[in-house]
Ligand binder design. Sequence first.
Ligand SMILES: Nc1ncnc2c1ncn2[C@@H]1O[C@H](COP(=O)(O)OP(=O)(O)OP(=O)(O)O)[C@@H](O)[C@H]1O
Length: 303
Amino acid sequence: MEALQTNQLTKTYGKKTVVDSVDLHIPQGSIFGFLGKNGAGKSTLINMVTGLIKPSSGSFEVLGQSGDRLESLQKEIGVLPDYSTFYEDLTAFSHLNYFQKLLKQSLSRQDILRVLTRVGLEDAVHVKVKKFSFGMKKKLGIAQSIIHQPKLLFLDEPTSGVDANAVLNIHSLIKEIAVQGTTIFLTSHNLNEVEKLCDEIAIMNKGSIQTQGTMQQLREQYQQVIIVHIHHRSLSEKEQTQLKNSLTELTADTQIAENTSEITVQSNELIPQVNKKFVQQDIGVFRLEVEEPSLEEIFLNLE
Ligand SMILES: Nc1ncnc2c1ncn2[C@@H]1O[C@H](COP(=O)(O)OP(=O)(O)OP(=O)(O)O)[C@@H](O)[C@H]1O
């Protein structure tokens, strides 16, 4: 069973198709990263699969149940929307307490305090939400989305607007929740965050899924060249020229220098052959580092 599956899911507004025949398969227990430029259709897709808006066509299943019967699954799903609204006159504690009762949970005072501590709001338990900063509201939104220990958690931009320390805390919280078996659907414009946290990534563009896979699969699919940094023994100018000449047929670009050289090749298979050229010329290699493209580079090169 998959945590979420969409089949040709589509949403149109008038003549504009903002989500176009999307097929997504999200395995249970994964941290799934969902990316796309502003206006790509991410929130619209999330709003459909969390029951906020109705699809124009297509279908979806959440935790093995048809999307038509989403009400029965509300206790299994947690959502941190792109902007949360709160009862400003309630304290953080009262807010969560009210919310857990809405979800028909029976959490003790200690349970609620534990959740507030987990998101880093232990010093604001009795502070009214209207006095909260943006980052504190974000943390309260996360607390609200996890209070009932959902099996599937949608986090839309969980770290935007929070300070660096809180970002790290939220990242460890996300990993911890995933280890406990919750599937996480993470939308973020922070590509480093997605690269660091997610098992699988989908990139949406103009309503369609442009690409989907693990970071390694995306690298293989979109990597245009591979840059290898080779740290070697000191080379004389003559040796540098000889080495450069011997590498011409293997490499797209070579930057040979006295102690470290940068070799650009078209595929991974060429790396051992490059290494062999060093060995043949009796050039000891101390370290060989392969530079991999970041998700940011892949994302920026798409389209
Ligand atoms: N209720 C609506 N009526 C008409 N058009 C809408 C409606 N909601 C969204 N859209 C349009 O659908 C497109 C996708 O919007 P959506 O909010 O899903 O994008 P997004 O990928 O979440 O963007 P962002 O990263 O900025 O949050 C946009 O062009 C938006 O203007």
